[in-house]
Design a protein around this ligand. Structure first.
Ligand SMILES: Nc1ncnc2c1ncn2[C@@H]1O[C@H](COP(=O)(O)OP(=O)(O)O)[C@@H](O)[C@H]1O
Ligand SMILES: [Mg+2]
Length: 248
């Protein structure tokens, strides 16, 4: 599904190389976790996959379903089925949770030459997915991110993922501020999202999250490179020993 080959990327304005030769292959049905010290380039990697234009790819390629996506705008990548959560969601006063997701869904349908989702189907989909995440009805009518607590932001983000039903979901978890409730929301969401046809790339600092979401692969990213790959036991080892034993 996703194939990253010798990816080098730098910050546009400054010309500082952050990603220094990343290789990663994600197949349908797989969950990959990326862990690593602060400043390693984890968020940069997710931003480069999503196509954020603060970064420039200087070498290598990112292929999605067999084709390079490097020339695709972020919205084209989204329409192809790549979803990325945002560490710092924007507030959009006056746009409700439901209207926002409705617009995003119909945007994608339009890109595929489809009509807007009929109201009845939208409603059924909203109901199905909000039940999965125990989202109450009044939440759906609130302005997007306006006064949301950390847990509510998480819930909204995971709700968006379930609604858009991407092929590849990239979740970049902040290094602080995920309490146990938020961990559960993310875990429940990912577990109900996951099937044989889709994939998840989970970027996290929290070994604990991996108690609830079972990754098929765990990668350690340090100084812009994947320096170790293992199964979920690697996450346990990291929790015990930290990252220092892997760095030289
Ligand atoms: N837009 C940016 N402008 C300046 N520096 C950046 C930018 N994005 C990332 N960096 C720098 O790149 C390095 C990697 O950052 P990041 O990808 O956020 O690491 P991680 O998510 O692993 O903690 C850090 O040194 C960070 O300061
Ligand atoms: Mg980060």
């Amino acid at each position: 599904m996703l194939k990253i080959n010798n990816l080098h990327a730098e910050i546009k304005e400054e010309g500082i190389e952050i990603l220094k030769g990343i290789n990663l292959e994600i197949k349908p049905g797989e969950v990959h976790a990326i862990m690593g010290p602060n400043g390693a380039g984890k968020s940069t990697l997710s931003a480069v996959i999503a196509g954020k234009d603060d970064y420039e790819v200087t070498q290598g390629d990112i292929q999605f379903e067999g084709n390079s996506i490097l020339e695709d705008a972020p919205e084209d990548r989204a329409h192809k089925g790549i979803f990325m959560s945002f560490q710092y969601p924007v507030e959009i006063p006056g746009v409700t949770v439901t209207n926002f997701i409705k617009a995003a869904l119909n945007e994608t349908r339009k890109a595929h030459g489809l009509e807007d989702l009929p109201a009845k189907e939208l409603l059924a989909l909203v109901r199905e997915n909000s039940e999965k995440l125990s989202i109450r009805k009044d939440f759906l009518g609130r302005s997007l991110n306006d006064g949301f607590s950390g847990g509510e932001k998480k819930r909204n983000e995971i709700f968006q993922m379930l609604m858009l039903n991407p092929k590849l979901a990239i979740l970049d978890e902040t290094d602080s501020g995920l309490d146990i409730d938020a961990l559960r929301i993310v875990a429940d969401g990912v577990n109900s999202f996951k099937n044989e046809g889709n994939a998840v790339l989970l970027i996290t600092h929290y070994q604990r999250l991996l108690d609830y979401i079972k990754p098929d692969f765990v990668h350690v990213l340090a100084d812009g490179k994947i320096i170790k790959t293992g199964d979920k036991s690697l996450a346990l080892e990291l929790e015990e020993k930290g990252y220092d034993w892997l760095l030289n």
